[in-house]
Design a protein around this ligand. Structure first.
Ligand SMILES: C[S@@+](CC[C@H](N)C(=O)[O-])C[C@H]1O[C@@H](n2cnc3c(N)ncnc32)[C@H](O)[C@@H]1O
Ligand code: SF4
Length: 419
């Protein structure tokens, strides 16, 4: 049997040949009462136009469908929230998509329904497509309590945008409105390794993003999902390596902090980060829920999602019951993505020290120069960050691509096994 890189890594970290097995077993209860560092995520699956490169779960906006979706979403919030008898403290709430601004008039109602069950301590974030930016939308977001925005610019360069199938906009004007609205966090999403993109174009994109008022940039390597309809393929891994190095050097020279493998922020600013949480509850089609012992995925089918909630049932399609080592491997993956792993926090979460579970792995990573230990925290080095960037792409291609591809086609798959 030939092992792929991802299966070998999984076997080493979990010390077992047992794959990640997602099953369709169903329950209407969700036990999150004792979860710490819990975040909330709401998925809005509507877009005005579908971008060929985008793997996320979305459909073309339809007013009637959006109205039914909102009702189902409110029902899901009630079904989940009413499982506990007290208001649960959560870190933050993020709206992603799709294009959440297409439901801007509903966001306040959705946020208020969440606030009946949760106390949101660290702010509310929303993803924005640049064409959604207008004075009235931004005012509505502020009025609903949104404190952080993430703008999917992808590139300011006309040719790079056109390769991605997008048109350029008047960004000066859009970002003037954003600066006037005064959000605590303004993230700008950029994609690198777009065909014909040079390092100069990329660095110019980063400079422009900060010049226009970004407090943080997220620079994602262009990933060619098997089910995407890309006419052009990403640049080579060698080109990605050079580009990631120049992004990191540029940000270091300009005093930015690397807050994750692909994210750089102005010092002293808060972070926009919907994924780096020890646990989270996801609402909406395709949303995921991560708890101490389980990982759950909602159906990707809008009709199935609405139907389930009309029956007062949670729209879960698949559940993974973690073994302890699987959960620990998952934990390490996302903490490594955020560039640091704290020994104390790990022990608090698992009740066992990191060095007991992964003594050899961390010894090896230190020897290879991937991590450095300071004050009981392992920090990823520049070299470690590059290798993690490779690993992250491999897992995206092997795991996320497979999971999303099947889920796009079958509303409730029997089982998905990730090896
Ligand atoms: C949910 S998407 C976009 C949010 C918003 N609808 C927009 O278009 O701006 C979040 C981000 O994922 C990134 N992304 C999407 N597809 C990608 C791909 N194939 N490769 C790399 N990054 C991608 C983009 O930077 C995008 O802004
Ligand atoms: S990139 Fe944004 S606008 Fe384009 S299809 Fe994906 S979610 Fe929709």
């Amino acid at each position: 049997m030939a092992f792929t890189f991802t299966s070998l890594m999984r076997i080493i970290l979990t010390r077992s040949t047992k794959p990640f097995r997602f099953q369709s077993s169903y329950t209407n209860s969700l036990d999150f009462a004792t979860e710490e560092d819990l975040g909330l995520y709401v998925h809005v699956p509507f877009c005005r136009k579908i971008c060929s490169f985008c793997p996320y779960c979305k459909v073309i906006y339809d007013k009637n469908l959006a109205r039914q979706y909102k009702e189902a979403l409110l029902k899901e919030i009630e079904l989940v929230g009413s499982q506990i008898q007290f208001k649960k403290e959560v870190t933050s709430l993020y709206f992603g998509g799709g294009t959440p601004a297409l439901m801007v008039n509903d966001l306040k109602e959705i946020i208020e329904s969440l606030k009946r069950y949760f106390v949101i301590n660290q702010g509310i974030g929303v993803e924005l497509h640049p064409s959604d930016i207008s004075a009235s939308t931004l005012a509505e977001l502020k009025n609903a309590g949104v404190t952080m925005i993430s703008v999917g610019v992808q590139s300011f360069h006309e040719q790079s945008l056109s390769t991605l199938g997008r048109k350029t906009l008047n960004y000066e004007e859009k970002f003037k409105l954003i600066r006037e609205a005064n959000f605590a966090v303004v993230d700008v999403d950029l994609i690198f390794a777009i065909p014909n993109q040079t390092e100069e174009i990329l660095l110019n994109d980063i400079e422009t993003a900060f010049f226009l008022g970004a407090t943080q940039i997220s620079t994602y390597p262009f990933i060619d999902f098997t089910f995407a309809k890309n006419q052009y393929k990403p640049l080579s891994e060698k080109a990605k390596k050079k580009m990631l190095k120049s992004i990191s050097q540029y940000c270091q020279q300009t005093g930015c902090v690397r807050t994750a493998i692909w994210t750089f922020a102005k010092p002293g600013t808060e972070r926009y980060s919907s994924i780096i949480r020890d646990s989270f509850l996801g609402f909406g089609v395709s949303a995921t829920t991560l708890l101490k012992e389980q990982f759950k995925i909602n159906t990707f089918s809008l009709d199935a999602y609405i139907n389930r909630l009309n029956l007062n049932q949670l729209p879960t399609s698949l559940t993974l019951e973690f073994s302890r080592r699987q959960r620990a491997a998952y934990y390490l993956f996302w903490h490594a993505y955020s560039m640091k792993i704290s020994l104390d926090k790990f022990e608090q979460f698992f009740g066992i020290s990191l060095n007991k579970l992964f003594d050899f792995e961390f010894w090896l990573c230190e020897r290879l120069g991937f991590v450095k230990k300071e004050n009981e925290i392992y920090y990823l080095t520049e070299k470690g960050a590059y290798y993690f960037h490779l690993i992250e792409q491999k897992y995206t291609n092997a795991y996320i691509d497979k999971m999303w591809n099947i889920s796009r086609q079958i509303a409730f798959p029997e089982e998905i096994v990730l090896k």
